[in-house]
Design a protein. Structure first.
Length: 418
DNA sequence: ACAATGGTCC
DNA sequence: ACTCGGACCATTGTA
């Protein structure tokens, strides 16, 4: 079907996903060349602090285990936890080779032994040290700037980042902010961070023409709270934090083609309970339910689905007789138009913004793109004006059936700008 | 060199 | 029996 004759209207008429990709390429090359400035000393100091912490935790783990072993080896970890310490394996997921020692699984037995908590801490610290704190300072150029490579070869149309990947820099957890604060503006400059608020949910609301969701977004409601009030049948002002958390997972799941099992895993609840939530959600969101069925039908019939701007994703195994293969591609049929359209919206905004900055603020430079976020470096004196311009370009790049919201911040580093 | 496992982001 | 979308990268352990 043609999205455009429904309730969507694109401001830049008749541009295709192919044209978007051609036009974004030179923009990405400029961003790669610009690079982002890193405070290496900050990262090195944090490295020293956390390495010291890590060593202490490591010896704690040895003491609790009764001997030394390689804590980074899942095989040895499994031996220690489940053979030697005989911790319960009942509710834990299995891998091909044995019992999983993934953090999500270990949390289930955290109260059964004092060793679990330091293991989780060890994992957190070693991840940060080996993936971010150690490598990044070795990769900066003579101006302390870090240059990533952006690619367009993803199956949904998203932009990816590698060598190094600057799209998975920590933000949550105890040290997320600390690490992001090492991404800094040059002297006399500021960083601007601008991100779309719930762009994928807005996109799916419009693609699915889900009246309930559309009204909610038009009224500027807290969408997760709204969903919570629907599935728990309580008024908006009586939503608990826990109910909102569940509703948020349900909303996310919609975009992913969720199953009761998947939701149950995400929330650590009974599959039957998860199924109740989902069923109740679909009772209220007929548009979403129809959208899902339509995409799956289309994929089965045509062998592909497409985004708003016409990017096709072929799903050759959707008619497989192997259930989980076919079901996996059904979920892609649901997710790809949503994720792909959202990524097209950001790419189009980047193209437009590049034009505007080049013409009006040639000293301002786009540096990073993180799926629904842009980071721009700009002379201090222009920061406020450019921040407003970035926000407007992102907001007005396309007219959806509902308003698009963009939040923007200014700071001396990435953490501050968010 | 490669598979398996685990973990970070949106 | 087994699962929710899209990426990249580090470590271990085997080939």
């Amino acid at each position: 079907m043609n999205w455009k004759d429904k309730n969507l209207d694109i401001k830049t008429p008749s541009i295709t996903s192919e044209q978007i990709n051609e036009q974004i390429k030179p923009v990405l090359r400029k961003m790669e060349q610009a690079g982002i400035r890193i405070d290496c000393n900050h990262l090195k100091k944090l490295d020293e602090t956390l390495t010291e912490k890590l060593n202490k935790i490591e010896s704690d783990i040895y003491n609790l285990a009764g001997h030394e072993f390689n804590v980074s080896s899942p095989i040895q970890m499994s031996e220690v936890l489940f053979t030697e310490l005989k911790l319960p394996t009942g509710e834990l997921k299995k891998t091909k080779t044995g019992i999983s020692t993934a953090a999500s699984e270990l949390k289930k037995i955290e109260k059964d032994h004092k060793i679990i908590s330091p293991i989780l801490e060890y994992r957190e610290l070693s991840k940060l040290i080996s993936t971010y704190l150690k490598p990044l300072p070795t990769l900066v150029d003579e101006n302390s700037r870090l240059h990533t490579s952006y690619g367009l070869e993803t199956s949904t149309g998203r932009i990816n980042s590698s060598e190094p990947n600057l799209q998975n820099i920590p933000i949550r957890g105890k040290y997320g902010e600390e690490i992001r604060s090492a991404f800094i503006a040059s002297p006399g400059m500021k960083l601007i961070s601008a991100d779309y608020s719930q762009i994928e949910l807005r996109v799916v609301a419009c693609l699915a023409n889900d009246q309930n969701m559309i009204v909610s977004f038009q009224n500027g409601e807290d969408i997760h709270a709204r969903t919570a009030s629907e599935i728990f049948e309580v008024s908006l002002d009586k939503i608990t934090a826990e109910q909102r958390r569940v509703a948020k997972a349900v909303n996310f799941g919609i975009v992913y083609g969720q199953t009761p099992f998947g939701l149950s895993q995400a929330l650590s609840i009974e599959t039957s309970k998860a199924a109740e939530y989902i069923n109740h959600y679909f009772d209220i969101h007929k548009g979403i339910k129809e959208y899902i069925n339509k995409m799956i039908d289309r994929a089965h019939t045509d062998g592909y689905v497409e985004t708003l701007f016409g990017m096709k994703r072929y799903l050759p195994n959707i008619n497989s007789t192997i259930r989980h293969i076919a079901e996996s591609e059904e979920r892609m049929a649901i997710n790809t138009p949503v994720q792909g359209t959202a990524s097209e919206i950001l790419k189009l905004a980047m193209i437009n913004l590049d034009g505007k900055l080049t013409a009006q603020y040639p000293e301002a430079k786009m540096l990073l793109t993180v799926h629904d976020e842009l980071v721009v470096e700009v002379p201090q004196k222009d920061a406020k004006k450019v921040a407003q311009a970035v926000k407007e370009v992102m907001r007005d790049v396309i007219k959806l059936c509902i308003p698009i919201e963009v939040s923007v911040g200014i700071g001396n580093n990435w953490a501050e700008a968010k």
